[in-house]
Design a binder for this molecule. Structure first.
Ligand SMILES: C[S@@+](CC[C@H](N)C(=O)[O-])C[C@H]1O[C@@H](n2cnc3c(N)ncnc32)[C@H](O)[C@@H]1O
Length: 225
């Protein structure tokens, strides 16, 4: 069944858990399937947001990372952008229930540069988005994330990355079953840091690799010169 957005002619996107009807289960599934506390805490530590930072979370989904960032550094300005109104509604409720103010907006990765232009973003972040997007979409999102940043700004990403062992490749098939292979396979082959460099980020690094029951999640960082 087509969503109202698709009916209105907007581009398609893969919903948070692969299918729209599964979205209510998203937070529980991520908690059970990904060692969520471990990698999210590591990502928040890596982002190291300060009160002077303006952080934009691309493909923010139900807002878990954005809310964690705001709770960890209450004076940081935090924005979240996602094309799916359903997850954005859940994100608004999560922020409110946590007593935090996060600015959520509807938009695609391709809209990020334009939407971020007035925001003076110092750190652009994203978690579990790129593996869902085909190769050209990954390029487009990363290029927009670079364009969204002030010079000297940082990018921080957590996503399924290079699956280095047979066990991790086997476990990652669960994600490939949900999200399809077009977007997921290039991630499993290690494309993310390659694309980050190709697009023009400096100091691109894979900072951590965290084994999970659904494959390994890598934390990447880079910088806009
Ligand atoms: C697996 S969820 C991850 C959500 C959240 N970042 C997290 O860590 O839980 C992927 C999210 O990416 C969004 N998404 C899919 N295609 C996108 C695109 N082209 N641009 C921006 N977001 C997209 C989906 O709507 C979904 O909320």
């Amino acid at each position: 069944m087509r969503t109202p957005e698709e009916t209105a002619g907007e581009p398609r996107y893969v919903p948070a858990l692969g299918y729209h009807f599964l979205t209510p289960l998203y937070d529980t599934a991520i908690a059970l399937m990904t060692r969520e506390t471990t990698w999210r805490k590591a990502l928040v530590k890596q982002i190291a947001a300060t009160p002077r930072d303006v952080v934009l979370d691309v493909g923010c989904g139900t807002g878990t990372l954005a809310v964690m960032l705001k709770r960890t550094s209450p004076y940081t300005t935090v924005y979240g952008i996602d094309p799916d109104p359903d997850v954005l509604g859940r994100a608004e409720i999560k922020a409110r229930d946590n007593g935090t103010l996060v600015h959520f907006m509807k938009g695609y990765g391709a809209d990020v540069a334009e939407r971020a232009a007035p925001l003076r973003v110092t750190k652009v972040v994203s978690s579990l988005v790129l593996h869902q997007v085909p190769l050209e979409g990954k390029r487009e999102i990363l290029a927009n994330m670079l364009a969204a940043l002030k010079p000297g700004g940082e990018i921080h990403i957590a996503d399924y990355g290079l699956q280095r062992s047979a066990t991790m490749r086997l476990l990652f098939r669960q994600i490939q079953h949900l999200d399809g292979c077009e977007g997921t396979q290039p991630n499993a082959d290690g494309i993310v840091p390659v694309l980050m460099e190709e697009i023009g980020f400096d100091n691109v690094r894979e900072d951590r690799v965290i084994a999970t029951p659904t494959g390994s999640i890598s934390l990447y960082s880079g910088r806009r010169a």
